[in-house]
Structure formats: structure tokens, C-alpha cells
Design a protein around this ligand. Structure first.
Ligand SMILES: Cc1cc2nc3c(=O)[nH]c(=O)nc-3n(C[C@H](O)[C@H](O)[C@H](O)COP(=O)(O)O)c2cc1C
Length: 195
């Protein structure tokens, strides 16, 4: 698999572990990762995983401040192979859906949509209200892939890491960035270890 460049954005929804694992899985697959962690993303990351945003910053190629609207991902010329907002708060979803690009995460998402490149929003809230659902429709109509943080069970997960990996595996698949599980469902059940 050729080395690609992805922008990972961690926002303040619960499920920071999905963002952490996405960063690490993309690095394990040999890709270049650029990172933005919002203020509330940093708080939930540390609260839920014990990992600080500055510790995670040391694992990636480049880090940007969410307020730096002059950073490369704020321009359509950045041309990443994909942008993933994981987890994606309802606040960031609403801004993406409305085109309200007042921080780097939303501006990068906005540019990704206008340049017709892959944008994945790993939304997390429960339950959804009508505003959340309408924002998901708007984002999907604009070209985003809405991937709810809903782990699968058909691969018989035994640990929380297995559940997290089932979501991150879908992210990698949609980004054409490799695979963690190599699991496919077919006749007679699931198979592991096959492309
Ligand atoms: C512990 C914690 C958990 C949260 N979980 C969620 C969540 O699951 N979904 C959500 O949309 N917002 C959640 N929030 C609220 C967001 O952090 C808040 O809306 C924030 O403004 C999001 O900003 P950001 O998208 O710029 O990071 C949570 C906040 C905290 C402190």
C-alpha cells in the first residue's frame, strides 16, 4: 500500500478512543497523519483515555491549532487523501452542515467537500434529536460520509479494543488506507485474515 496523507480531527464528543486508535492505525499502516484536536477534544481525550493531546502530537507528522485558520488544511490546495473527524461532536457536525467554517476542523472539512475529497464524520451522540439527524442529512448531501460510532458484533469482539477496532477498520476501509481486522462477512459466517 502506498503512503498516503490524512488529516485526523478529534473533537469533544465522547469516544476519544476512536480518534486515538484511528491515528495509531493510520501510522501503523505507514501513512502520514496530520492532526487537529479541538479544546474539548483535548479534554475528552485526556479524561477518557489518559492520553494528552501533546502526547498524541508526538506520534504524528504535523499538528495544527484549531484556531489557526492560516494552516495548510484551511486551503483547498492542501489536498489530503482524506479527512476524518473522529469522534465528531454534534456541534462540529452542525458547523460542517451549515458551512460555518470558524475553526480549522470545520474549515478543513469544508475545503474537503468543495474539493470533492473523502470526508468521514464519525458522529457520536445518543439519542439523536431532529436537528442532529437533519445535519447528518445535509452533510451527507454535501458529500460527507456519516459513519456513526456503532461497533459491529459479527466478528465476536472480546474486548473494548476489539469493538473500537471494528469502527476504526471501517474508517480505514473508506479511506482506502488498509485494514486492521481483515474480516469479511460471507456465506457461513465471518472470515478473519483474508483480504
Ligand atoms: C465528557 C464529555 C462528553 C461529551 N460527549 C459528547 C458527545 O458524545 N456528543 C456530542 O455531540 N457532544 C459531547 N460533548 C459536548 C461537546 O464537547 C461540546 O458540544 C463542545 O462544544 C464540542 O466542541 P468541538 O466540536 O469544537 O470539540 C461532551 C462533553 C464532555 C465534557
Amino acid at each position: 500500500m502506498s503512503r498516503k496523507r490524512f488529516l485526523v480531527c478529534i473533537t469533544g464528543a465522547s469516544g476519544a478512543v476512536y480518534g486515538l486508535r484511528t491515528v495509531r492505525a493510520l501510522r501503523e499502516q505507514g501513512h502520514s497523519v496530520h492532526l487537529v484536536v479541538t479544546r474539548w477534544g483535548a479534554k475528552t481525550l485526556e479524561y477518557e483515555t489518559g492520553v494528552t493531546a501533546s502526547e498524541l502530537a508526538r506520534e504524528v507528522e504535523r499538528v495544527y491549532d484549531e484556531d489557526d485558520l492560516s494552516a495548510p488544511p484551511a486551503s483547498g490546495s492542501f489536498r489530503p487523501d482524506g479527512v476524518v473527524v473522529v469522534p465528531c461532536s454534534m456541534k462540529t457536525l452542525s458547523a460542517v452542515a451549515a458551512g460555518l467554517a470558524d475553526n480549522l476542523v470545520v474549515r478543513a472539512a469544508d475545503c474537503t467537500l468543495k474539493e470533492r475529497r473523502p470526508l468521514i464524520l464519525v458522529v457520536r451522540e445518543m439519542p439523536y434529536n431532529l436537528v442532529h439527524l437533519r445535519n447528518m442529512v445535509s452533510a451527507a448531501e454535501a458529500g460527507a460520509m456519516v459513519l456513526p460510532a456503532s461497533p459491529a458484533f459479527w466478528h465476536r469482539p472480546r474486548t473494548i479494543d476489539d469493538l473500537v477496532d471494528s469502527v476504526v477498520d471501517r474508517i480505514l476501509a473508506l479511506l482506502n488506507a488498509g485494514s486492521l481486522l481483515n474480516a469479511t462477512w460471507g456465506e457461513g459466517g465471518y472470515t478473519l485474515g483474508q483480504e
